[in-house]
Structures are given as C-alpha cells and as structure tokens.
Design a protein around this ligand. Structure first.
Ligand code: SF4
Ligand code: FES
Length: 254
C-alpha cells in the first residue's frame, strides 16, 4: 500500500483580477507520496468540488517539465524546494507528514492574476513577438554539415534554448526583471549563424518591449538563476547586454 501524508495548505484564493485575494487554509489529507504536486492539487480540487466549493485554479499542460505552463510559489520559492524542477515534476515525497505548505501565484507587475494561482504571462509572448524568431524562410531541414557551427556555440545555444518560458525568473526577481528569459532567447539565436543577420534588431526590439511591458531591470541578485527549472545561466544576461550594446553602437553609427 502506498504511503500517504497529511498537509495543511495555505493557498492564495482570488476570484478575479480585480478582486481582493486572501490566503485560505485547506487540509489535504491522505496524499500519496508518489503523486506530483499538481496531482496533489487535483486530489484537493476533486474533494472541493464534491463539497460544492470552488476548485483551486492553476495552470498546467504537459506535466512533463517541457511546456512552461505550470508554476506557483511554494513556501516562498517559485516551483518549490527542488532545484532544477518544474512544479509538475515536483513530487510529494519531498514533503513531510504534517507540513504546512504555502502556495501563492507568480507575483510581478507584468503578470496579472487571473484567478487563484493562474496568472497572465502573455507579456512574455509579446516580448517574443518583438523579435524572438528568425524571419527568413529556410525551407526544409538543411544538410547538417552545410553550415558549420562550432561545438561550443552549439552547446551554449542548446543550453539557452532550454528556457521553457515559465516566468519563474520574473517572479523571483525583486525587480520583476525578465532579463534571464530575454537573455536566453537572444543568446540562443545570436550564437547560431542563422540568427546573426537579425541579432542587432532583435536585441533592441526585445529589450524595448520588455521595458514597455513593465518588467524591471537586472540588479544582479541572481535569484532568477537560482529558481530556473531549466538552470539557465545568468551568463545569458551578460550576452544579452553585449548584444544590446553592440546593436546600440551599430544603430548610432548608421
Ligand atoms: S529562464 Fe528559466 S525561469 Fe525564466 S522563463 Fe526560462 S525556464 Fe523559466
Ligand atoms: S505543465 Fe508543462 S512544464 Fe509543467
């Protein structure tokens, strides 16, 4: 028989974006330790629904750590206590019977709360729309050796491309900065030959959009790197700053 634990949840409840929220205490009894954090919320929601109460609203999709949809602040840490782990991949065996677990939504000026733990992260999509792509139609997949990419660059680009756009970095940053997210997107493309022709325009445009949408600037707190479930390095912020500076100088020369 599977081991179960009893938890006291302190969950942020908020009926809508412009309604005052509050912390609600919910007892989560007999939670199997092998279930994930989101499955624990599913169990709690089923019981709330059967008791004619509103279930807790939260975002999710793949539940495999790849889509970036899930996320909540668990005991003060975005995505919970396990390093390099999304909320959907966090398992209840990392909690202890009798624990009190505080669950809150991402809080940042650029992310409006929709309901309970669900927040609008559309601002990150708008930053991507400002330049996080290559606009050249490259046709079908080219022969792998036709465009040589140094191994080191390929690895760095791959590490940056691991960003799933969850927004935990923004939620953890005291300035509400999206620099790790933008740094990852700009780096991923700037490191590859296909991304170079539009690198300057991309850096200027994405940083401009990030500022316009109310994200703050980087203050080197490094909280973003500490909570990133894909362990994206702040080296990408340094690369973004270099790309932005170079782009600024180029546009000044023109
Ligand atoms: S950099 Fe990390 S924390 Fe930020 S959006 Fe990407 S995956 Fe999430
Ligand atoms: S639900 Fe897709 S990353 Fe968690």
């Amino acid at each position: 028989m599977s081991k179960t634990i009893n938890l006291t949840l302190k969950v942020w409840r908020q009926e809508g974006p412009d309604v005052k929220g509050r912390i609600e205490t919910i007892e989560a009894k007999d939670v199997p330790v092998e279930c994930s954090f989101l499955e624990m919320l599913d169990i709690v929601n089923e019981r709330l629904t059967l008791a004619n109460k509103d279930p807790i609203a939260f975002d999710h999709d793949c539940r495999e750590g790849i889509c970036g949809m899930c996320g909540a602040v668990v005991n003060g840490r975005p995505h919970g206590p396990m390093k390099g782990t999304t909320l959907c991949q966090l398992h209840m065996r990392h909690f202890t019977d009798g624990d009190t677990v505080v669950i809150e939504p991402w809080r940042s000026r650029a992310f409006k709360i929709i309901r309970d733990l669900a927040v609008d992260r559309g601002a990150l999509d708008h930053v991507i729309q400002a330049g996080g792509y290559i606009s050249v139609n490259t046709g079908s997949a080219p022969e792998a050796n036709s465009m040589a990419v140094p191994q080191r660059n390929a690895e760095l680009a791959f590490d940056a491309a691991a960003c799933i756009g969850c927004g935990a970095c923004v939620a953890a940053c005291p300035n509400g900065s999206a620099m790790l997210f933008v740094g990852a997107k700009v780096s991923h493309l700037a490191l590859l030959p296909q991304g170079r022709p539009e690198a300057a325009r991309r850096a200027l445009s994405m940083v401009g959009k990030m500022d316009a949408l109310g994200f703050g600037n980087c203050g080197n707190h490094k909280e973003c790197e500490a909570v990133c479930p894909k362990q994206v390095s702040i080296v990408n912020i340094a690369r973004l700053n270099r790309e932005y500076l170079k782009a600024g100088l180029l546009s000044w020369e023109e």
